[in-house]
Design a protein around this ligand. Structure first.
Ligand code: PLP
Length: 389
């Protein structure tokens, strides 16, 4: 079965739910047991059914199973946000005295968690150049237990050589965690490339409609036990309404990504030819930075990229352009059906590397609108940018 078929069918069984095509929203905290035997079996972990609503309701377990199986992992854990998905594996896999290496292109709140809370708990945090590849070897130490990757990085779109990094990490006894939100399990099969824990901001393409906050952590066998322990002990659970929206989003993920990629490619190609645009950072574009690695490792791309504007462009010009866009709106996040555009600074938080952009940057999310309308909106925006100079 192709993954594009699997997303439609995985994690649902109408026969278990009165024939309903979609696993319904189950709302339950207390689960009652018919006999003392059953109650005692549940307390001892021998009962086959669910014991309490915190973990194990079918709406959530179906989502976890579907995403894990789609990506080829052993076990999935749903959490209430993408940020919880990036941070909890670090807590599960690291202890005082250990060291974690984190890509310098990492999603900023993941960096903030590491420097604020891992460090406070006696875990060494070091950053590495996202383009290091096998050269990460020079930064491995005996206490390095985790290498955290994010590819492409969500501001500068550096594509990491994940197989090379994984080879070095494993040789030194470290596990590889990857934030795979941009590509989704359909675009990058993380476990085929040596990743041990793949995390997703389900808020983005999985949900797909900018109306749910969700994260999914997928582990291989080696990481599943410590992750399960922490996830259970911390009482982290996802509401079944949110899990339902995640499952529903999953059904159209392939169709939406097809459209996001086709439109993004069209818009990015057009942007690359504009005089206002210095460079387009979209790995799916031939000639773009990271394109060769993307072509080697990825099955598809999504609709998010950055453009570098000519250095002459001013703050006033940007405001004139962005304040009056008709279709592209300004807002954090991405992955919904709607187009977004925001100024971005890929160097904002970098500690050990610099991204040489050569001009101010805009991050663009190409939504499901007609790409011709999107280009017309951008065209008028560039007009305003030019006249405000
Ligand atoms: C948005 C995002 C997250 C966090 O997701 P939330 O659900 O908003 O917490 C994590 N990683 C990346 C790369 C993201 O873009």
């Amino acid at each position: 079965m192709k993954p594009e078929t699997a997303v439609v069918h995985l994690g649902r069984d109408p026969a278990k739910h009165l024939g309903a095509v979609n696993t319904p929203v189950y709302r339950a905290s207390t689960i009652v047991f018919p006999t003392l035997d059953d109650l005692e079996a549940s307390a001892e972990g021998r009962h086959p059914g669910i014991g309490y609503g915190l973990h194990g309701l079918p709406t959530v377990t179906d989502l976890q199973a579907a995403v894990a199986s789609l990506e080829g992992g052993a076990r999935g854990f749903a959490v209430p946000s993408g940020l919880a998905a990036t941070t909890l594996p670090l807590l599960a896999l690291l202890k005082a005295g250990d060291r974690v290496l984190i890509t310098d292109s990492v999603y900023f709140p993941t960096r903030r968690f590491a420097t604020n809370h891992l460090v406070r708990n006696g875990i060494e945090v070091a950053f590495y150049d996202p383009l290091a590849g096998a050269a990460i070897e020079s930064q491995m130490t005996p206490n390095t237990r985790v290498v955290f990757t994010e590819s492409p990085g969500s501001l500068s779109f550096d594509v990491q050589d994940i197989p090379a990094i994984a080879e070095v990490a494993h040789r030194h006894g470290a596990l590889v965690v990857m934030d795979n939100s941009w590509a989704t399990p359909l675009g990058f099969r993380a476990f085929d490339h040596g990743v041990d824990v793949s995390v997703h901001a389900g808020t983005k393409y999985l949900g797909g409609h900018s109306d749910v906050l969700l994260g999914v952590i997928v582990c291989n066998e080696a990481a599943a036990d410590p992750m399960h322990r922490l996830w259970t002990d911390m009482g982290v659970a996802v509401s079944t309404d949110d899990a339902f929206l995640g499952l529903r989003g999953l059904r159209t993920l392939a169709a939406r990504l097809d459209r996001h990629q086709a439109s993004a490619t069209k818009v990015a190609t057009w942007l690359a030819g504009r005089p206002e645009v210095h460079e387009v950072l979209y790995p799916a574009l031939p000639g773009a930075r990271g394109h060769e690695l993307w072509k080697r490792d990825f099955r598809r791309a999504s609709g998010l990229f950055t453009i570098v504007l000519e250095p002459s462009c001013t703050r006033a010009g940007l405001a004139a352009m962005l304040d009056r866009m008709r279709l592209f709106r300004m807002g954090w996040s991405w992955g919904g059906f709607e187009s977004l555009i925001i100024p971005t600074d890929p160097n904002r938080a970098r500690a050990v590397s610099r991204f040489e952009a050569g001009g101010p940057c805009l991050r663009v999310h190409v939504g499901l609108e007609d790409p011709d309308d999107l280009m017309a909106d951008l065209d008028e925006g560039f007009e305003r940018l030019g006249s405000a100079r």
